[in-house]
Design a protein around this ligand. Structure first.
Ligand code: SF4
Length: 427
């Protein structure tokens, strides 16, 4: 970066308050060789304009060394802050891209579907013919090709440095308090020769033969050098499990490892503390990575039970696709009523997805205030027999809703069937 550009990159025509002094201090801090500079300024002092000025110091394509990263990321943990940036004409050259959940698909029949649940996400190898016009992918493309790409911190953590955005010269984090927690949610520890003991050189004795002191030392060293907090221990090493637990680390099973892969560890910890442990049936849904904040709700028990009875796999999929996490039993195969949803979403969408499962069996399912009303037509063969309908094809046609002729007389399906109504309270 070139800190000498900082005043030229300030987007307002005049300085307010201490902005000019702040920029001088920031410039001096960078010129002194600091890679990271923290600016503390009070609310309303125009921090975003300072952020724009700092981002403007990034190496520029066509000006600086083309082999080095160019451009800047502007990122903030607060969605509302991104809205403020979007509304500020002085920050119009910050190209904003948001998470997929903020955009709607444009395919016919999918215009109410958020991009994170659109066909291109749902279906493997889906080849969207209008991807070039898709609002999400358009914004992403524009942001990726502009000097300053603006995004939430959650989006940044998942995409910065990717093939799409590449490496950039400067990162400005607006509203950076709480950054440590954010970093913990997205940090990855790579195990390698530099972070764990090189076992071939250390030639440790068989773990099972270690006396307690040696076992503790080796295991403690492994944890400390890898910065790991969990261990997967084979069942045939109960002494190792004991030592790991005794050292204050957590022994996890293969289910825990499989179910939490890709989910920020801080979120796993929180939901295991607040909802249920993975061992007790907690599972993480498709919204587990995108969600910044979440809340848990209880779905109508009878609705879940009925949907499960119709199609347990479809019920599980409906909940899995729309939730941050959910409680199950029967080894994770049977969803229960308790689910965790992303902040800002309620259970309505989930109830509608469960209504779709009900539609596999019922003739009609619709909302009636707080209730979900399911109707089905029930055929009574004994009534058909009383009316003289012979068993055979005419029974089948009547059951399928057709009128049949018997001895010159028309028998409509209503004469041998009734509509049964089932109500599910969704309050
Ligand atoms: S890429 Fe196509 S399928 Fe995917 S969200 Fe955009 S318009 Fe819909």
């Amino acid at each position: 970066m070139d800190p000498s550009r900082i005043h030229d990159a300030f987007p307002a025509p005049d300085y307010r308050g201490a902005q000019e002094q702040a920029l001088d201090d920031v410039r001096a801090a960078f010129e002194a060789g600091n890679d990271v500079v923290l600016v503390r300024a009070p609310t309303g002092s125009g921090k975003s304009l300072l952020a724009r000025a700092i981002a403007g110091c990034a190496r520029q394509a066509n000006v600086d060394d083309p082999t080095k990263p160019v451009g800047a990321y502007y990122t903030t943990p607060q969605v509302s802050q991104l809205d403020d940036v979007a509304a500020d004409p002085l920050l119009s050259d910050l190209s904003i891209v948001r998470g997929k959940g903020n955009y709607k698909c444009i395919l016919p029949g999918e215009t109410d579907t958020p991009v994170n649940r659109a066909p291109c996400v749902r279906e493997t190898d889906f080849d969207c013919q209008v991807k070039h016009r898709c609002p999400y992918f358009s914004d992403r493309e524009i942001a990726a090709n502009r000097a300053i790409a603006a995004m939430t911190l959650a989006y940044f953590m998942q995409t910065a440095g990717s093939d799409v955005f590449g490496q950039r010269d400067v990162v400005v984090i607006d509203e950076a308090h709480g950054l440590g927690t954010w970093a913990e949610m997205y940090a990855t520890v790579e195990l390698g020769p530099d972070t764990v003991p090189v076992w071939d050189e250390v030639t440790p004795p068989e773990i099972g033969d270690l006396d307690d002191a040696a076992a503790r030392a080796v295991i403690r060293q492994a944890f400390e050098q890898s910065a790991a907090t969990h261990a997967l221990v084979a069942e045939d090493h109960p002494n190792v499990r004991d030592v790991v637990t005794d050292l204050g680390y957590r022994v996890i099973g293969e289910t825990w490892l499989r179910e939490t892969t890709g989910v920020p560890l801080a979120r796993v910890r929180r939901l295991e503390a607040e909802v249920a442990t993975v061992e007790a049936g907690l599972r993480f849904g498709e919204a587990a990575v995108d969600a910044d904040e979440c809340h848990d709700v209880t779905l109508p028990a009878r609705l879940v039970e009925t949907a499960r009875g119709i199609d347990q796999d479809a019920t599980l999929e409906a909940i899995h696709d729309r939730s941050v996490a959910y409680v199950t039993d029967q080894g994770g195969s049977r969803p229960a009523e308790r689910v965790v949803l992303a902040a800002g979403s309620d259970s309505e969408e989930l109830v509608e997805a469960l209504a779709d499962v009900l539609r596999q069996r019922y003739d009609a399912v619709e909302r009636d205030g707080d209730d979900l009303v399911a109707r089905e037509t029930v055929f009574y063969p004994e009534r058909a027999a009383t009316l003289g309908v012979p068993e055979g094809p005419k029974f089948g046609r009547l059951a399928a809703g057709e009128t049949v002729e018997v001895d010159g007389q028309s028998i409509p399906p209503e004469a041998v069937s009734e509509t049964r109504e089932d109500r599910f309270s969704c309050r």
